[in-house]
Design a protein around this ligand. Structure first.
Ligand SMILES: [Zn+2]
Length: 97
């Protein structure tokens, strides 16, 4: 299991923390975006973390999981995948900016 490691300042000290669940990613301000796998489309959007937590639970492990990208549905009206309801995409975890 790969975890995202991040250095965070805790009480004036540098301590490594790791992130893998929906709640942990949300707590530090990560965003998850989904990308359409249709090569002619390439649309992406930021996924609703609160909606994912509601559906999958706060302890749901995001790293290396396949359920969310497998169920990603493109919302670009011009995209063939959107029109035909073809699911599937890729996920990118975006650190807080
Ligand atoms: Zn698309």
């Amino acid at each position: 299991m790969t975890r995202i490691s991040q250095i965070e300042n805790v009480n004036g000290q540098i301590a490594p923390i790791s992130l893998e669940t929906l709640a942990e990613l949300k707590a530090v301000g990560y965003r998850i975006s989904g990308h359409c796998k249709n090569h002619y489309c390439g649309a992406s959007r930021t996924l609703d973390l609160d909606a994912l937590i509601e559906r999958l639970g706060p302890e749901y492990v995001v790293i290396n999981e396949t359920r969310i990208p497998r169920n990603f549905l493109c919302q670009n009206p011009a995209c063939e995948h959107h029109q035909k309801g073809i699911r599937g995409g890729g996920l990118i975890l975006q650190p807080p900016t």
